[in-house]
Design a protein around this ligand. Structure first.
Ligand code: IPM
Ligand code: MG
Length: 358
């Protein structure tokens, strides 16, 4: 029996509902594969602000550091939207990423045949799409210095953020991307804005240099504006995409929507040594929170990514992914992927998954 300590961060909005489903699925798979998963819950985001005044209490970060993996649901909600930046729920998430040194964010966007008609794009454009966005997560404009809102000499205020990457930051995300592409279809597209930004010129230079070590991977480069266009024009040209923090934030949402529902997509945030954080790409959906309407599948697939990338249990991960496909084959749909047809709730989807796992 292999033992793992998992920190659960249900967070806000639909977070607790979808987390309940994912934990039930993990428990069942754990039994089937003799993996002993010990769960401990901690506070993050709005829930943490309400309880402690801070979006990422020190206890939470400690607990995460001392576990084998972290499963996060979602953070944020209307009631915390007007708080100052330093104590917004989003700060909890950013603090967790930087606190655990999770510089590599893997965001797969794979179109499932069962859901092809949920995409807003034509079937022939999205059929077969299978993209992995590798987003740099602890650098770039999200963390660069100087940052802030400063008074100028003329008395008006000036908002500043800085997009910066060091060579070592580019190299370590580059390596993750080349390794990822190597395990997929061997194609890597690096996205930057090297026609305008110096930081991107350095990025491009380093990624190009790194490519010499990965002769089996075919490297291309695109400017981010063109990449956005190509993603919706002909997404099948992409295999693995590597890009900085902000461009990756934007492009991964666009890639997600190719698949029809952002409610289906998991992600993994990985560092060098610390436990990884696994979370759905979607947010906390406060408009449907507590109504049993949420789609738990992205959370469940994040649990599968946790088993695969965080705990090195690929067979258990496969099992969960197969169960998700099975319930879709059986016709079960939550509202977001039902295309107007009758939908089931979050709990019922969880029960269908447990059946499929039998
Ligand atoms: C994401 C989100 C976050 C980000 C927010 C909530 C801080 O949009 O994970 O993509 O910008 O990274
Ligand atoms: Mg985002």
């Amino acid at each position: 029996m292999t033992h793992y300590r998992i920190t659960l961060l249900p967070g806000d909005g639909i977070g607790p509902e979808i987390m309940t489903v994912a934990v039930a699925v993990l428990k069942q798979v754990g039994q089937q594969f003799a993996i002993d998963l010990q769960f401990q819950e901690a506070l993050i985001g709005g829930a943490a602000i309400d309880a402690t005044g801070e979006p990422l209490p020190a206890d939470t970060l400690d607990q995460c550091r001392n576990s084998d993996a972290v499963l996060l649901a979602a953070i944020g909600g209307y009631q915390w939207d007007n708080l100052p930046n330093a104590i917004r729920p989003e700060r909890g998430l950013l603090g967790l990423r930087s606190g655990l040194g999770l510089f590599a964010n893997l965001r797969p966007a794979q179109i499932l045949p069962q859901l092809i008609d949920a995409s807003s794009l034509k079937r022939e454009v999205v059929e077969g799409v299978d993209i992995m966005v590798v987003r740099e997560l602890t650098g770039g404009i999200y963390f660069g210095q100087p940052k802030g809102i400063f008074a100028t000499e003329t008395g008006e205020r000036r908002g500043v953020n800085t997009m910066a990457y060091t060579e070592s930051e580019i190299e370590r995300i580059g390596r993750v991307a080349f390794e990822t592409a190597r395990k997929r279809r061997g194609k890597l597209c690096s996205v930057d804005k090297a026609n305008v930004l110096e930081v991107s010129q350095l990025w491009r230079e380093h990624i190009t240099q790194l490519a010499q070590e990965y002769p089996d991977v075919e490297l291309t480069h695109l400017y981010v504006d063109n990449a956005a266009m190509q993603l919706v024009r002909y997404p099948k040209q992409f295999d693995t995409i590597v890009t900085g923090n902000l461009f990756g934030d934007i492009l991964s949402d666009a890639a997600a929507m190719l698949t029809g529902s952002i409610g289906m997509l998991p992600s993994a945030s990985l560092g060098a040594a610390n436990p990884g954080v696994f979370e759905p790409v979607h947010g906390s959906a406060p408009d449907i929170a507590g109504q049993d309407k949420a789609n738990p599948l992205a959370q469940v697939l994040s649990a599968a990514m946790m088993l695969r990338y965080g705990l090195n249990q690929p067979k258990a991960a496969d099992r969960i992914e197969q169960a998700v496909l099975a319930v879709l084959d059986q016709g079960y749909r939550t509202g977001d992927i039902a295309s107007g047809a009758p939908a089931i709730g979050c709990q019922a989807m969880g029960e269908a998954l447990l059946q499929a796992l039998q």
